[in-house]
Design a protein around this ligand. Structure first.
Ligand SMILES: Nc1ncnc2c1ncn2[C@@H]1O[C@H](COP(=O)(O)OP(=O)(O)OP(=O)(O)O)[C@@H](O)[C@H]1O
Ligand SMILES: [Mg+2]
Length: 338
């Protein structure tokens, strides 16, 4: 599925302002990366990181200050019209016409994109199906919910079968249910062969969708890789064990014995925690049954267990020294409990 590069960026810089006394902002500060055909690539970063600026350059809406960007093999500064004909773009707020039906919106965009009529009718029907808009296709788009408007906007971006789809924060402002539904549509579009370039500041979104991602901060790429690799590099999972009796002497004995005596494969650390025990382990999901059996055999009475895997926020924290979103700082991410 993964093919030749569809997006190639080298030493890209974008400086805003800096003339008539206004301070210069280096929105993009020398980034280099490539996206291969068929990939689902993500640009994850906090507010002001330079995500929208990068997408605007790649979609030929803004010229770079310096550096090079090629999309579908063409230089964006030298051949903007050719690039535009072969890409799809969905920006932060959906661009749809409320006084036309969903179907009419797609037909209009298709005609603007010069899709031939018989092909256009087929394509519109296909996209209505793909985006799950069948029941609403002949209603005014102005009556659509936020999630439906997004899906219609995405369908319009796909009408001319672009080779690559640029998505700037596609689920911003959606409720969790619509967001999850949209994720499914995005994965389906990618599965049909479209290369995806997505920006987001939602870590779960990047984690769920992207086969590979770059974390950006202050105009620079801080680190890149597959989500699982990035998280794995941060460190182990944790299993947090709540004890019926927090001051359990049997639990103290386990901690004193250390991981060696504990004897469960993958466990690298045992500590007391306010609620009981905190166990560092390479693969929490895999080791959980053995950990429970071991605690049981030691006579330790457990009242609850949570697992915590490193998140992309932990990756960001490791590389940038702060959380990607201020509110993440006080929210533990719990993946399961018993
Ligand atoms: N037209 C502009 N003129 C001046 N500065 C700008 C302009 N557009 C963006 N900037 C600045 O460039 C930096 C990067 O902005 P950009 O919109 O690319 O960030 P972003 O990562 O998309 O952020 P967000 O998550 O908030 O959408 C910010 O400091 C922003 O204020
Ligand atoms: Mg933005």
């Amino acid at each position: 599925m993964i093919g030749a590069p569809v997006v190639e960026v080298r030493d890209l810089v974008k400086v805003y302002g800096g003339h008539r006394g206004r301070p210069a902002v280096r929105a993009v500060d020398g980034i280099t990366f490539a996206v291969a055909g068929g990939e689902f690539f993500g640009f994850l970063g906090p507010n002001g990181a330079g995500k929208t600026t990068t997408i605007r350059i790649l979609a030929t809406l803004t010229r770079p200050t310096s550096g090079q960007a090629r999309v579908v093999g063409l230089d964006v500064a030298a051949a903007p019209a050719q690039v535009r004909a072969r890409i799809g773009l969905a920006m932060q707020s959906p661009a749809i016409e409320g006084l036309l039906t969903g179907r009419e919106n797609l037909e209009l965009i298709g005609r603007l994109r010069c899709v031939p009529e018989p092909e256009l009718r087929r394509r519109v029907a296909e996209l209505i199906e793909l985006m799950n808009l069948g029941a609403a296709a002949d209603r005014y788009a102005g009556t659509y919910s936020g999630g439906m408007k997004r899906r219609l906007d995405l369908a319009s971006a796909l009408i001319h079968r672009p080779e690559v789809l640029f998505l700037d924060e596609p689920t911003e402002g959606l409720d969790p249910q619509s967001r999850a539904a949209l994720w499914e549509e995005l994965l389906r579009i990618n599965a049909e062969g479209t290369t995806m370039f997505l920006t987001t500041h939602y870590m779960e979104e990047a984690d769920r969708l992207c086969g590979r991602l770059a974390i950006v901060d202050e105009g620079r790429i801080v680190v890149d890789g597959t989500p699982s690799r990035l998280k794995r590099d941060v460190g182990e999972d944790r299993v947090e064990v709540a004890l019926q009796v927090v001051s359990d002497a049997l639990a103290d004995a386990l901690v004193d014995g250390g991981p060696q005596d504990f004897g469960v494969e993958g466990v690298t650390g045992l500590e007391r925690s306010p609620r009981g025990l905190s166990i560092a382990v390479a693969d929490a999901r895999g080791a959980l049954p053995a950990i429970v059996r071991r605690l049981d055999a030691a006579g330790v009475v457990v009242s609850g267990i949570t697992m915590r895997e490193p998140t992309l926020d932990d990756v960001f924290l490791r590389h940038c020294g702060r959380h990607i979103r201020a509110e993440e700082a006080d929210r533990p991410i719990e993946l399961g409990w018993m």
